[in-house]
Design a protein around this ligand. Structure first.
Ligand SMILES: [Zn+2]
Length: 426
């Protein structure tokens, strides 16, 4: 018995070292550094950021000898959607203090153009819990002011409700400023009727009586972008597909100088998808089924690229045996989460088995489906699809610090091994 134990042990060890031979990380590092470079303008909606990134990914596919889908003739699947952008310098001066764009404040993604100097009126727990003060407040000339919304200390149900209502319908105020402990940015496909900014708590003080603003948006009603799609033909069952996806878009820029590089979100996921493409293009013996690689656009604007694909599928959705979407691949010291793993027990259990055998990650957590990345519309359409993200100490998310030099790719090789092994066993 003991001998068999040793034999099994050494076989597992052999299997593990064979796995470990392909070290994905150096290539992935290059991809993360490249896609997070300012040249790609945050892979968004100014300076052709997303288009530049799409061409880069297509060039990688081409270099690996991956195929284009015959009907498409190109790696690109083009589509359009509306998007709000800020190509010009954005200025906010509180009292006499100039706030730093991206650090002290951001305009809300849906902010329209606003120019001028406005009085600041604080909406906080002191105002909302004092009837007399609130009566006085409601008689103000709102078209001349910005409301500063500070939810610190707002605790009763009534004040919470009043705060929320004011935030959604600010009495015709020129705009609102939300006080935040941490500011994050996003992408909007529309604009609001009043201006909105998010400001870091310590950057705006009660002594600041006024705010001088110069924000000019450019609303692009038909932004053209593209998913980037390639495949390796399968050797045994070529009309069945395993699909590996990652979104390549991020948030773009605010003005000429503030770039959201999106190293973890999601240059790291594209690096994983491309590392897998590289591996399988060099090891076609593992492609029993065809394997397709998709870099989606428009994810940050609301999963637009992946939704477009499911409505205009280049691969028949019922031919997809397994879809793995990766996003936020930079961490992993606390393991990974498998979104839609609860609904896809076979995928989740195979991963857990592999992880137990090869001791790759601390934990593999499962979660129910949620519309939080590009697997979602596939899962809704009945495709066996899951979304993997890493968990760990990396906390830069949708901010200007999500940069390549801050990202360690801590468990990149382990997650890579987990995915390749899953595909081999599927
Ligand atoms: Zn993302």
């Amino acid at each position: 018995m003991k001998k068999i134990g040793i034999l099994i042990g050494s076989l597992l060890w052999l299997a593990f070292t064979l796995q470990a031979q392909f070290v994905a990380e150096p290539y992935a590092r290059k991809i993360v550094d490249t896609l997070s470079h300012d040249y790609f303008a945050g892979r968004g909606y100014v300076e052709d950021g997303d288009l530049r990134a799409a061409h880069f990914i297509a060039a990688e596919f081409n270099r690996m000898g991956l195929q284009r889908f015959p009907k498409a003739m190109t790696y690109f699947q083009t589509f359009h959607f509306p998007v709000n952008t800020f190509p010009y310098p954005v200025v906010a001066i509180a009292g006499k203090d100039t706030l730093r764009t991206g650090i002290d404040f951001v305009p809300a993604a849906s902010c329209p153009t606003i120019q001028g100097e406005y009085k600041l009126v604080w909406v906080d727990s002191a105002l909302l819990s004092n009837e007399k003060r609130f009566r006085k407040f409601s008689k103000l000339r709102f078209d001349k002011i910005f409301l500063v919304m500070d939810d610190k200390g707002i605790s009763t149900e009534d004040t919470k409700k009043a705060f929320k209502n004011l935030g959604m319908n600010p009495y015709g105020a020129k705009g609102i400023i939300r006080i935040k402990d941490k500011i994050t940015w996003s992408v909007a496909t529309d604009t609001t009727s009043y201006a909105q900014l998010d400001v870091v708590r310590n950057s705006l003080k009660r002594e600041h009586k006024t705010m001088q603003l110069s924000i000019k948006n450019r609303f692009v009603s038909q932004h053209t972008t593209q998913n980037v799609i390639a495949y390796m033909p399968g050797t045994t069952v070529p009309d069945s597909f395993i699909v590996l996806t990652a979104h390549y878009d991020h948030l773009g820029k605010i003005g000429p100088n503030v770039t959201f590089n999106g190293a973890n979100d999601n240059a790291s996921g594209v690096a994983m998808m491309l590392s897998l493409a590289k591996y399988f293009s060099e090891n076609p013996q593992w492609c029993k089924y065809s394997i397709s690689f998709i870099a989606f656009a428009g994810e940050e604007a609301g999963l637009i690229g992946s939704k477009y694909f499911t409505m205009n599928p280049i691969i028949p959705l019922n031919k997809i045996r397994l879809l793995l979407n990766v996003d936020l691949m930079g961490g992993g010291e606390d393991g990974i989460t498998v979104v839609n793993g609860k609904e896809q027990p076979r995928i989740y259990q195979t991963m857990t088995t592999i992880n137990n055998e090869l001791q790759l990650l601390k934990t593999i957590k499962e979660r129910s489906n949620a519309p939080n990345s590009d697997h979602y519309y596939f899962a809704e359409a009945g495709v066996p699809a899951v979304f993997l993200y890493t968990m760990g100490s990396y906390k830069h998310y949708h901010d200007v610090n999500d940069r390549a030099e801050n990202l360690e790719l801590t468990k990149f090789n382990e997650v890579f091994t987990l995915i390749t092994e899953l595909i081999k066993r599927y």
